[in-house]
Write a protein that binds this ligand. Structure first.
Ligand code: GLN
Ligand code: ZN
Length: 774
């Protein structure tokens, strides 16, 4: 760390460590078990509350012991913190009001999950993370009312332990920007128009928190790191002018994360608040120049998110000290934090006893990150000499990672560097390919197919559990999976589907299954991260250069093909999705990792083709969700993402048909990218939007095959034959009959067999009916 000036030295001396949030579930996922137990009536409300309180107290003690000076409160949640915010401001949709009035806890879960009678709130992704929040529904009739009870109780828990605590709330602007118009709201209604109505409620909560002993309150405004209109920036300025001017309020810390604030930075820097928390990692590092450009934050507190809160790598302490050194000259007080809530990383690397201890030191989960933050604050306040031991250990961990053969495989690097443009393009035009494929596949018009998975039954799950516990061996397990493949193939033949699948019974998860077979990926045993509610995922870790020691799927597809004369589609997870649902490297550009994964998959595609597979699907459901938050960063992303897909798929013969699949609600902004994939056929989610995507593709002039889904697989409902046929006719108005495919919205793994049977039978019947009309 370089020598620092006198003013900077006082800013340094005051440095404190803090974080914004912590994993909620506990070391043994106690929260998940308690909440699900409560749903099933096995755990009482009192017992659930006691478990939650014990977990919160454990977290507070752990944070304090790790050297976190100011602990966050209010970030705990039984389900989701945006839902908690809706309750804090009284934004309960009409249809949930009776349930909430009858029993607040059950009403809360009714809003989250729905009941027999009422639909839940919609769920969507929290910015570009894999966490999902419950979307507030607001309309012109929404009446807000403050209910600070949860925030107050959690603050009091921390104060009772003798800790300095800072309540953390979703900020009012972000809350409104994340909301959607309630059903029945007039067209064009914008939730942000409710700002004036919402601010007094926030002011009331702030006043109550201050009265209860909070010196500072944090308002999270991550929505301001996205591209915002002038009107939205104005709204942010108004909001903080208003809240800042209120008497009896605590000091306000406005927090942002996941990207740079850009044009929102001057707005917040001028606001009458006492502090800003900024992210200085990854794409957000631009905040450093942004801060310098606005002349720093004189008189304010800057909380510097220098430890990456959403990835799992050990922080580079020296690099952080350099950043902090620069920041010292830019604010009155500089505190150290993780870049965002630690909700997005697993709890503790110590639980990973299967990992080589050396590799474990490369990783930092929530617990390790709090220690990193604390050490940086200590070094900042007392000089780096005070953390000499930590620095030495950090240097050793970084050197071990950088020098490891896991991180660097010269053969993989050489191959990736030698990729030519020709390898990322199919040599024949689509028209020639289509003719060759028609001659080989001999499919009817409006061919029917599915997206890949069939129901993951209890039998399959039991087989996996039996394999884990040693009740059956690998051969026994394979036999059980082959039984499932036989059942799936027989069903599809009997039902009359045209392009069959093997059903993916052997796959625990579409990313993990491949990660386990690729060199360069690490798996964790306890690395759970909340996806939504009580659903936790264990993302694999892209740790090193990626290669494929042997074929991964060929024996399954070949076995399925050996059972039928109809074509069986090979099924792979695409390179972008392999990255999106994993923890990624921080020592290699994402595009380089994508290219390595693509090369491994390209070999798999070649092996499938050589084994006789004539249709190969490469799923990219995550293509859109990984889109950078700022539009300026999107072209570069889409360039490497689409190239990785083409590198995966373009080594095949012209008569091998490449499919891809994506599922989201909206495709409007990535139609060009879909086109750039140059897949022969794409299947997409479309049933709920009445084939909207078919019209978008047509408007774009999309020239290849497309299967907009006609069966909404998110619901147990069986679509009727007439309804399916009607959707097909709608599809035909946008896509001609020789390019339209008939399929469900997505895979069937979450469905049961009875619905699946009935729905696919209706889908085939609908295709036959409409075929006769064209
Ligand atoms: N082939 C996968 C399946 O059918 C695709 C899943 C997905 O798009 N999420 O399950
Ligand atoms: Zn899907």
């Amino acid at each position: 760390m370089k020598e620092i000036s006198v003013t900077a030295r006082s800013a340094a001396a005051a440095a404190r460590a803090t974080v914004y949030g912590y994993p909620r579930q506990g070391g043994d996922r106690e929260l998940k078990k308690a909440v699900e137990g409560y749903w099933k009536g096995r755990v009482s409300a009192g017992a659930l509350r006691a478990t939650a309180a014990e977990l919160r107290r454990g977290t507070l003690r752990q944070l304090a012991d790790a050297g976190i000076h100011e602990v966050p409160t209010g970030h705990f949640s039984y389900y989701d913190h945006v839902l908690d915010t809706s309750l804090m401001v009284g934004a309960v949709p009409e249809r949930h009001r009776a349930a909430v009035a009858a029993d607040p806890l059950d009403g809360y879960f009714a809003m989250a999950r729905g009941t027999q009678e009422v639909a839940p709130l919609e769920m969507t992704k929290w910015f570009d993370t894999n966490y999902h929040y419950l979307v507030p529904e607001l309309g012109p009739d929404t009446v807000f009312a403050a209910d600070p009870a949860k925030q107050l109780a959690e603050l009091t828990e921390a104060l009772d332990l003798g800790l300095t605590a800072r309540p953390v709330l979703v900020g009012p602007v972000t809350y409104l920007l994340l909301a959607k118009p309630a059903p029945g709201a007039p067209a064009g209604f914008e939730p942000l128009s409710l700002l004036e109505r919402l601010l007094p409620v926030y002011a009331a909560v702030l006043a109550d928190l201050r009265a209860a002993g909070a010196a500072w309150v944090q308002l999270d405004e991550p929505a301001l790191v996205q591209d915002r209109t002038a009107a939205e920036l104005d709204a942010a300025a108004c909001a903080y002018r208003d809240l800042g001017a209120r008497a009896d309020r605590p000091k306000i810390l406005v927090a942002s994360y996941f990207d740079r604030l850009g044009e929102a930075l001057p707005v917040l820097a001028e606001a009458p608040v006492e502090g800003l928390a900024l992210d200085f990692t990854g794409a957000a590092a631009g905040n450093l120049e942004g801060l310098a450009a606005v002349g720093g934050l004189p008189g304010m507190r800057l909380v510097a998110g220098v430890v990456d809160g959403r990835n799992i790598w050990t922080n580079d302490m020296e690099k952080s000290f350099t950043t902090l050194g620069t920041l010292l000259g830019l604010a009155d007080r500089v505190d150290v934090a993780a870049s965002c809530s630690l909700l997005h990383v697993p709890l503790d690397t110590a639980a990973e006893r299967d990992l080589d201890p050396q590799v474990r030191h490369w990783l930092a989960f929530a617990r390790q990150k709090t220690a990193e933050v604390a050490a940086l604050a200590r070094g900042l306040a007392h000089g780096t000499g005070a953390v000499a031991g930590e620095l030495a250990a950090n240097r050793a961990a970084l050197a071990s990672r950088a020098g490891s053969p896991i991180t660097r495989d010269p053969a993989v690097r050489a191959r990736a560097a030698a990729v030519t443009a020709a390898e990322t393009r199919r040599p024949q035009e689509y028209g020639d390919r289509a003719a060759a494929q028609r001659a080989r596949l001999r499919l009817p018009l409006l061919p029917t197919t599915t997206i890949g998975s069939f129901p993951q039954t209890d039998d399959l799950r039991t087989a996996r559990a039996d394999l884990r516990t040693g009740r059956i061996d690998a051969a026994g397990y394979e036999e059980r999976m082959r039984d499932a493949v036989r059942e799936v193939i027989a069903f599809q033949e009997k039902t009359g589907l045209d392009v069959l699948v093997h059903g993916e019974p052997e796959r625990n998860d579409m990313v993990q299954y491949f990660a386990e077979q690729l060199t360069g990926y690490l798996a964790t045993r306890h690395g759970w991260v909340q996806s939504y509610g009580t659903r936790y995922v264990r993302p694999p870790i892209l740790a090193g250069d990626i290669s494929r020691p042997e074929p991964m799927t060929v024996r399954w597809t070949s076995y399925a093909q050996s059972l039928t004369d109809r074509p069986v589609k090979g099924m792979l997870t695409g390179p972008v999705t392999m990255l999106a649902w994993s923890f990624v490297r921080d020592d290699l550009p994402l595009g380089d990792t994508a290219r390595q994964v693509a090369l491994a998959l390209r070999d798999e595609v070649a092996d499938l083709e050589a084994a006789g597979t004539c249709v190969i699907q490469v799923d990219e459901p995550a293509l859109r969700e990984t889109l950078p938050l700022r539009a300026a960063d999107r072209p570069a992303y889409l360039a490497w993402a689409t190239e990785a897909f083409r590198l995966t798929t373009s080594g095949v013969r012209s008569d091998t048909q490449i499919h891809t699949h994506m599922c989201y609600a909206e495709f409007g902004d990535i139609v060009q990218a879909i086109d750039d994939l140059d897949a022969d056929v794409i299947s997409l989610e479309a049933a709920r939007s009445h084939m909207q995507v078919a019209r978008e593709l047509a408007a774009h002039g999309y020239p290849r095959g497309a299967g907009p889904g006609i069966y909404d697989i998110h619901s147990p409902r069986v679509p009727g034959t007439d309804e399916a046929a009607q959707l097909l006719r709608t599809g035909l108005r946008a896509i001609p009959a020789d390019r339209l495919w008939v399929n469900p919205d997505c895979g069937l793994k979450t469905r049961s067999w009875p619905e699946t049977r009935a729905s696919l039978q209706n889908l085939v019947t609908a295709a036959r009916t409409v075929r006769a009309e064209v």
